[in-house]
Design a protein around this ligand. Structure first.
Ligand SMILES: Cc1cc2nc3c(=O)[nH]c(=O)nc-3n(C[C@H](O)[C@H](O)[C@H](O)COP(=O)(O)OP(=O)(O)OC[C@H]3O[C@@H](n4cnc5c(N)ncnc54)[C@H](O)[C@@H]3O)c2cc1C
Length: 382
């Protein structure tokens, strides 16, 4: 079993994490990425301790933490006057969970993952867009056929591999996001030092530092009826943000003023409905967004992809057949990922409610209070 050939479709956070883990467990991994080069969008990502436990397992956690920023606290603020509604202590993450809480630029994380996959001996192919899967053979757009013993679909929200499970496409969730990075200077340096979010009716603004706290990652969320543009990242203007966030706190206006006009993008937030299973016999498995793309209001999409990758690798290593390993993977992961998918949607309603004054009065329900950070993909039963 350990020499089984595994084809991972997709070189995102989930695909790379799976490839590194599986190759280290003795499988022969080929990773296929549609893009002409490995890379990631210019934006940040939060890796909460449950995600970072996966990188402790792979021996990459300290490199990732060193390339990122570990916050000591976070806050949730009122949209209009900026007053602090809730403070979350992040100083003791390592002691409490055995892994750090890290903000990192996606490109920095990706560079570490690509290097680790290369060093581990994975075969990495770029310009390799999967168009179909037949049994355990992946067909590429340029006519090549990649044979193996198992196909893992880690090809994200618009997964081709998921097409084997259902005909539906990803759906628009009614949320849009503008993303931008700006130098953490002046007022923005203060915001980087105490990161968090402003919440208000139908909207919210998230910010945190990356790259040694020299850059502030900013995401502006709003609800919007329909989405007609075809495309992934639509160039946006500061004027859009000024109009959408008129009347919001001075700190939000400072972030909008610093948003880079030439590198400000608007995204539709699309998601997937839960699938009843993510595996086909002993041939195909899905992980990450391909399996359970969710809204980003719990900051757990990438974390779930990392957890999937480690648990899948452990389940296959612990089994005498691929089919048994895949059954164990789904049994270990499906309930949790589906729960987080549903809670992420509910979190948007909680944080973007009509009356911000009431936020948190009934008890905060977030990744901390739901116990999501306790999860340990290194030891959970497979
Ligand atoms: C605004 C926003 C903020 C977010 N913030 C956070 C956060 O702070 N924390 C967190 O945990 N999550 C966050 N998420 C969610 C997170 O980004 C995703 O859940 C995560 O990136 C999923 O990783 P993945 O590897 O499954 O998919 P992807 O990152 O989408 O990677 C899929 C890869 O497959 C490739 N590919 C696609 N089709 C093919 C094909 N046919 N053949 C070959 N390759 C293909 C793509 O080019 C890509 O490289 C956020 C999401 C959004 C939208």
């Amino acid at each position: 079993m350990s020499k089984a050939r595994i084809t991972v479709v997709g070189g995102g956070i989930g695909g790379f994490t799976a490839a590194i883990a599986l190759q280290a467990s003795g499988f022969a991994v080929t990773l296929l990425e549609a893009a002409p080069a490995f890379g990631e969008v210019g934006a940040g990502v939060t890796l909460s301790p449950n995600a970072m436990k996966g990188y402790v397992y792979l021996g990459l956690a300290e490199r990732i933490a060193a390339a990122g920023v570990e916050p000591t606290r976070q806050r949730i603020q009122h949209w209009q006057d900026g007053r602090t509604l809730v403070v979350m202590d992040r100083a003791d993450m390592r002691q409490r969970y055995g892994a750090p809480y890290v903000y990192i630029h996606r490109a920095d994380l990706h560079a570490i993952l690509v290097e680790a996959a290369q060093a581990g001996g994975c075969t990495l192919l770029t310009g390799a867009a999967a168009v179909a899967v037949e049994g355990t053979t992946v067909l590429l757009a340029d006519g090549r056929r990649i044979d193996g013993d198992l196909v893992i679909g880690a090809d994200g929200l618009k997964s081709v591999v998921r097409g084997l499970f259902e005909p539906e496409k990803a759906h628009f969730t009614g949320h849009v996001a503008w993303r931008g990075l700006a130098p953490a200077e002046g007022k923005l340096a203060e915001l980087a030092a105490f990161p968090g979010m402003h919440i208000g009716p139908g909207r919210m603004v998230v910010r945190y530092p990356v790259r040694g706290s020299k850059i502030l990652n900013m995401v502006f969320f709003a609800r919007q009826e329909g989405w007609v543009q075809d495309g992934w990242t639509i160039p946006a203007s500061r004027a859009d943000l000024e109009e959408t966030f008129a009347g919001w706190a001075p700190e939000v206006q400072a972030m909008i003023a610093a948003a880079p006009e030439d590198r400000l993008y608007k995204w539709a937030i699309n998601a997937r409905k839960p699938l009843s299973t993510w595996i086909i016999e002993d041939k195909v498995a899905l992980l990450g967004d391909a399996a359970h793309a969710m809204t980003p209001f719990m900051g757990q999409g990438a974390a779930c992809a990392i957890e999937d990758a480690i648990v899948l690798s452990r389940a296959l290593s612990a089994s005498s057949s691929i089919g048994d390993g895949l059954q164990r993977y789904v049994a270990a992961r499906h309930e949790r990922a589906t729960f987080i998918q549903q809670e992420s949607n509910a979190n948007a309603d909680r944080m973007q409610a009509r009356d911000t004054e009431l936020f948190g009065l009934e008890g905060l329900r977030n990744e901390d209070s739901l116990g999501l950070l306790d999860y340990d993909c290194r030891t959970v039963a497979v």
